[in-house]
Ligand binder design. Structure first.
Ligand code: F6R
Length: 250
């Protein structure tokens, strides 16, 4: 393991392979839960996190880890969107997180992508997050340096809200990934995310390393939402593969 030196974020860990980075990220989450079995956790969805969640599920199966008392939140959901849609983040989380990690149903807090009034739904979710302050947020990074679905231009003071997805995100979702997903989403805001006690961000390949480069080496500005993490750098931990780190160093 190597460290990448950065002014605001001291804990940037670089692992020789994606596999090693995945294992260490999962180990970090597992340690946190052993110390705090009632932790409140906000989960990102996306391809990046799948192997991390699989690793956690393996630990649960071997009875090495118990998520049953943890609380589960998530970062975002397409809008409008029902859980049975192929692209639904709620659907993804039920399949990859809530069920395999055996989190009690009563401790799962889902964003309702079918809510008639998205403003009201965002307010409801923000209220729940306030009631159960988040111990750990698990992030990925996407086009334009988005975290959750906070697209470039999102205020660092933003709370949970409805947002229009950027052209870059829509191109990725619809053209590169062939999704038939909507052009809006409900997302936790940047201010909401920054309140989490600990924030980890996983980036395991070149594409995600490129997004991170802007966030870590450019100006701290809402033109790159992930750059906001530098404002709370002491509670941020990055798990990178060497492929991702190469992009940041280049
Ligand atoms: C999704 C989320 C997004 C993703 C990002 C990267 O819940 O929070 O910010 O982390 O779009 O997605 P993948 O990993 O699919 O490339």
């Amino acid at each position: 393991m190597q460290r990448l030196i950065h002014k605001e974020i001291k804990n940037i860990f670089v692992f020789p392979s994606k596999n090693k980075a995945v294992k260490e990220s999962a180990k970090f989450i597992a340690n946190l839960i052993s110390k705090n079995p009632q932790a409140s956790i906000s989960y990102a969805t996306g391809n990046t996190q799948i192997p991390v969640y699989l690793e956690l599920a393996r630990m649960v199966l071997k009875s090495k880890l118990d998520f049953s008392k943890t609380k589960a939140f998530h970062l975002d959901e397409y809008y409008p969107c029902k859980p049975s849609a192929q692209h639904s983040f709620v659907g993804y989380l039920r399949k990859c997180v809530f069920n395999p990690l055996r989190i009690s149903q009563s401790n799962v807090f889902e964003l309702n992508g079918k809510a008639v009034d998205p403003k009201k739904e965002a307010k409801r979710y923000e209220g729940l997050l306030k009631k159960h302050p988040v111990t750990l947020t698990i992030l990925g990074i996407g086009p334009g340096g988005h975290i959750g679905f906070n697209e470039p231009g999102s205020s660092f003071k933003s709370n949970t809200r409805l947002i229009k997805l950027s052209k870059e995100t829509l191109d990725r979702d619809r053209n590169d990934r062939g999704q038939k997903s909507p052009d809006h989403a409900l997302t936790q805001g940047i201010a909401t995310i920054l309140k989490s006690k600990v924030i980890i961000l996983n980036a395991f390949d070149q594409e995600h390393g490129k997004y991170l480069k802007h966030a870590l080496t450019g100006r701290i500005s809402n033109s790159c939402p992930a750059s906001a993490l530098r404002l709370v750098g002491s509670k941020v931990v990055l798990f990178l593969s060497s492929d991702a780190a190469k992009e940041i160093r280049s």
